[in-house]
Design a protein around this ligand. Sequence first.
Ligand SMILES: Cc1cc2nc3c(=O)[nH]c(=O)nc-3n(C[C@H](O)[C@H](O)[C@H](O)COP(=O)(O)OP(=O)(O)OC[C@H]3O[C@@H](n4cnc5c(N)ncnc54)[C@H](O)[C@@H]3O)c2cc1C
Length: 485
Amino acid sequence: MTWHPWRRTFLTAGVEVVGFDPSTRTWVTGAARSQGMVDLPTLKGKVVTDPASRGEAADDFGHLVHHIPRAVLEPGADSDVMKMMAYCRTHGVRVAARGQGHATFGQGQVEDGLIIDMAPLNTVEVRKDTAVVGAGALWSSVAQATLAHNLTPAVFTDYLELSVGGTLSVGGIGGQTHRHGAQVDGVVELEVVTGEGSLRRCSADSRRDLFDAVLAGRGQCGIITKATVRLLPAPATVRHYLLSYPSVAALTADQRRVVNDGRFAYVEGELALPTESTGWSYQLEAVAFFDGTTPPDDARLLDGLGDQVSDRQIQDMSYFDFLDRLAAGVAYLKLTGEWYRPHPWWNMFLPASRTDAFVEATIKDLTETQVGASGVILLYPFPRARLQRPLLRVPDEETVFLFTLLRTASDGAESPQDMVEANRSLYLRAQAVGGYQYPVGSIPTTPEEWRTHYGPAWAAFAAARERYDPDAILTPGQGVFPPGP
Ligand SMILES: Cc1cc2nc3c(=O)[nH]c(=O)nc-3n(C[C@H](O)[C@H](O)[C@H](O)COP(=O)(O)OP(=O)(O)OC[C@H]3O[C@@H](n4cnc5c(N)ncnc54)[C@H](O)[C@@H]3O)c2cc1C
């Protein structure tokens, strides 16, 4: 028996499954063989039904939705995913992949189904200018493995302990998106186990319909087992700039300016709630890469910006420390317990022309009780043209802003349910100004609304679903297509 800090429980050895009984729709474990049971295929890994494994798979970072699966596959090889997908299809069992479980609203859960824990499929093979990565690998491992060759993927999420398959299933947005698009735009080729139970390779040149339907495709057509990711030369060092502004409009004006002229390698921004002694704070976070010997030209990089010069914070750090900059804060949130509280997150893309007014109206009466003690409000832009994958839907304007209310239901804050309700009404308001959901948050959304969300991309998405998941067994927690079996 071992203590598991994340699950905060004792783990008993998994109760291994030997087959499925279609008549009772139960997984059969150990020696308790039943007459109508169909043996599992021979696997390199195993299928387990122990309460700890199922309990973990019935939870995520949101702690808002809990669907208990019947069993969990711990694959020993990609072929296990394929074999179990075919087996589940035959028996009408629904399936979802689980990366790191950092979805916030049950997107990766499946009541009575099979969860495939992708974590064991975590190989990283670095080639000349690409890395072939197991979908269960964490972006922190990918960074470490590629940096050993002075190479790096172009775009990282703010937090590195997310799985490659998990972020490629939604998009993967970060401060480098204004130059390089989302993480899905840096993928050259995928290996995917489709809902039919076949392992297929796809790329922009080969089986394009599957490639387009899987990247940012929220697990609706297949489970990514491997991704080939493009790499760039990595900088040794970065110079990090934190610039302060007196208003939303002043912040976004400079953000637009610097993403348009591309002077920085990374651009994000954050709004912080008033404290007892200060009002709202509006900060632009930017980074310039350098090789460690020739420092960036501050005068050129900061030329013409309208920030409050006396508040500038500038520091140099290693490239990996920059990528991993959230680690210390996350460790602190784990210590205080905030990390384990419900997270009813709201994430949307706004058209630039409506951003200032929408953000100002949203934060006007916002208080700490509505976002929680450790809530985070992000706001940053990128040119729409950088996004090339059809299923990552954003407003139809040249520049788009990501706006997020990353709420935590802290002690003394509103209840998680009230926060989810607030998310829903803010979603409707954002939609009315042309906003699109980034589907990682906790916003109740109907299949009809998803259909509208996908707009012109819907027909190809639905056709791919029909073709690659004909029995509709995949990833019901996303709620995109009407429920299957
Ligand atoms: C602290 C934190 C910081 C974040 N920062 C960012 C950020 O900066 N930028 C950003 O874009 N996002 C960010 N996110 C959101 C994050 O990218 C998504 O929630 C992502 O899906 C989580 O990855 P995961 O490995 O935990 O996936 P999971 O939560 O396990 O899965 C998410 C969805 O993807 C499906 N899925 C998982 N693996 C696969 C696979 N191999 N094939 C097919 N489908 C699969 C699951 O079934 C589920 O539907 C952040 C989330 C958290 C909690």
